[in-house]
Ligand binder design. Structure first.
Ligand code: IPD
Ligand code: CA
Ligand code: CA
Length: 263
């Protein structure tokens, strides 16, 4: 694979922008949905965009492999040590997409052994393209650098959390939620992990916590958050990677105070 991350990133961005146009097409023409078990589901657009990204990227970058939401095996431990792994969520925030809300993204990370070297999170309806690469100092929204907020007081902080598809993880989140809620300005839950992570990166929210993430939810966003100055903490105490399922991503000022509410 070409080692020039800037040229790979530019090609990746063009491919992701085209994915956004295809998503617009589905919104205009309509789409079917199918259950993935429990309350989880995917639409025809999730499958089509997943396929489109795999086909485009494998043709252009033949010596790479893929971990994508719609094709991942149920057990993916063997992917942890891989280099040049495309980690893809074709639509992160499918519930929002299916209900006509703008709060969803196409998320693509290029990952070496659990850390992304390229990350692109694209919100097609808002035309917001967040990106970062490991050999650059900053993260960007379109062409402008972004950085985390400077909120230093918990009572002024705007947090987001998310509700996993796993019921036990939802209960765990509820426990933390009720402990933190009285002490912050608000805790929102908006249904797209990647969008919450880039929202921390760009200072729109101050922190995001979640139990039960999948690598494709964060494969791009964590690099964007890190390069924008966020602190990233794995909630089980180990070092974070894109394979960490329980995370707090915060602005780096209030992270320790928020962590004091966790078990
Ligand atoms: C979901 C979203 C949501 C998070 C879920 C994810 P999907 O992704 O990121 O915010 O709470 O755990 O599964 O299913 O819309 O790709
Ligand atoms: Ca997702
Ligand atoms: Ca998805």
């Amino acid at each position: 694979m070409d080692t020039n991350l800037t040229s790979i990133r530019k090609e990746l961005i063009n491919i992701v922008l085209e994915a956004g146009k295809r998503i617009d097409g589905f919104l205009e023409s309509g789409f079917s949905s199918h259950s993935k078990g429990g309350s989880d589901f995917a639409t025809e657009a999730d499958d089509a965009i997943d396929l489109y990204l795999r086909e485009k990227l494998s043709k252009r970058f033949p010596h790479t492999s893929f971990l994508t939401e719609e094709t991942a095996p149920s057990e993916y431990a063997s992917f942890v040590g891989k280099d040049n792994l495309w980690v893809i969520d074709p639509i992160d925030g499918t519930t929002n997409f299916s209900r006509g809300s703008m709060h969803f993204s196409v998320s693509v990370g290029l990952v070496d052994r659990g850390k992304a070297k390229l990350g692109v999170v694209y919100l097609p309806l808002e035309k917001k393209l967040y990106w970062a690469q490991s050999d650059m100092d900053k993260s960007y929204l379109n062409e402008l650098p972004i950085k985390v907020s400077s909120t230093s007081s918990l009572k002024e902080a705007l947090l987001c959390c998310d509700w996993s598809w796993d019921i036990e993880k939802r209960k765990k989140t509820l426990g933390i939620f009720s402990k933190i809620l009285p002490n912050v300005r608000a805790i929102q839950s908006r249904g797209s992990a990647s969008v919450e992570i880039v929202s921390v990166a760009s200072g729109n929210i101050d922190a995001y916590f979640v139990y039960g993430l999948k690598p494709w939810d964060v494969g791009a966003g964590l690099l964007i958050a890190e390069k924008a100055g966020a602190s990233i903490r794995s909630l089980n105490g180990s070092d974070w990677t894109v394979f960490s399922s329980d995370l707090l991503i915060a602005n780096g000022v209030i992270d320790n105070e928020i962590l004091s509410y966790f078990p």
